[in-house]
Design a protein around this ligand. Sequence first.
Ligand code: ADP
Length: 400
Amino acid sequence: MTKDCVLVINCGSSSLKFSLIVPESGKTLLTGLAERLLSADASIRINLDGEKIIDTLPAPYDHQSALSHLVSFLYEHKFEQRLLAIGHRVVHGGENYSQPEVVTEVVEKMIEALAALAPLHNPVNLIGIRAAKLAFSHLPQVAVFDTAFHQTMPKTAYLYGLPYQLYAQHSIRRYGFHGTSHYFVCKQFAKLNQQAMEQTSVITAHLGNGCSIAAIEDGKCVDTSMGLTPLEGLVMGTRSGSLDPGIVFHLCRQLGYSIEQVDNLLNKESGLLGISEISNDCRTLEEAIEDEDNAQANLAMDIFCYQIAKTIASYSASLTKLDGIVFTGGIGENSSLVRERVVNRLKLLNVVMDDEANSATRFGNSGNIAKDGATACWVIPTNEEWVIAEQTYQLINEAN
Ligand code: ADP
């Protein structure tokens, strides 16, 4: 049997997402999610050929149990014979990694050391890598970093207005995240417009539960809205995005917040959820606006869209040309309301929306939603898993 598949693993603290992909075509053979890991009601769902197979997981209900279950499934369906390698999403690669890496002991140690910058993500990504090494000891493992695509930013964009030694000695700088997604939609934009990626300059807006925007000049990232952590930048589902750092002192000194409470407030209780006091979910807010004309939901959406438009407009200082704007992520791909509110604020950039195209371009469709003659404005569904599979495949081919 031909070896033609990569298993892509995205490991969270209590979840493990996976997909089996043919890197050359992007064909997805199966996808799945193990959730509520480390609790007795841990379960695993595998989607294969339109069928959903759901199972409970045995003790100790951990990432290893999930992978053992997946290995048995792959053997049962003879997929293991087609496996070339395992590709892992790793959140933080710091300044060390601007490209994917075959996982070696050195790379593992570096991912561990970089946990200082991403304490919530890198340690769980490592759990996934180590569990996969045990489960698939005969296969190469590749780490694909979420920060890698942003490593081309110039110092002007990535340094904060802080004493330089905090960067030099403690690596405090903007790194940016969602790099794989920004890279993918830029590449797709180039392909759809029949131009080389190296000559493509776009502003890409990844709008999901987490949201970030990137300015890409000639295929290289020159600025992005997330920072040292994914908290900076846009208002998101539950994250506040950028704010006056003085608010943190005020919360601690005047209102008695602890650091943990501030962390929780800014990461989990703010954003669309905090402003609307209804939900972090864009669909729920759209329903509240549509069905009951809810003013607070409307305000939350307005603030959200204003910040997106303001960030896009600010990147006219970062680029020397603009081929187009790209919307992606669950909200960017599906919410015509958000796109309309954003685009209506970008008239100075000559972005003019075609309302019909905007309403029609949802649910996995790609398309230009701008009027003829206006700055192109594309909706392009992202596919981070395909990028991870493709980069894993390329790297192991180069290594052989
Ligand atoms: P994550 O960052 O977790 O990968 P997604 O990219 O899946 O998140 O995006 C989740 C967001 O997309 C949610 O706010 C959800 O409401 C929104 N979304 C998904 N489908 C629609 C839709 N049809 N209309 C509006 N928003 C949607």
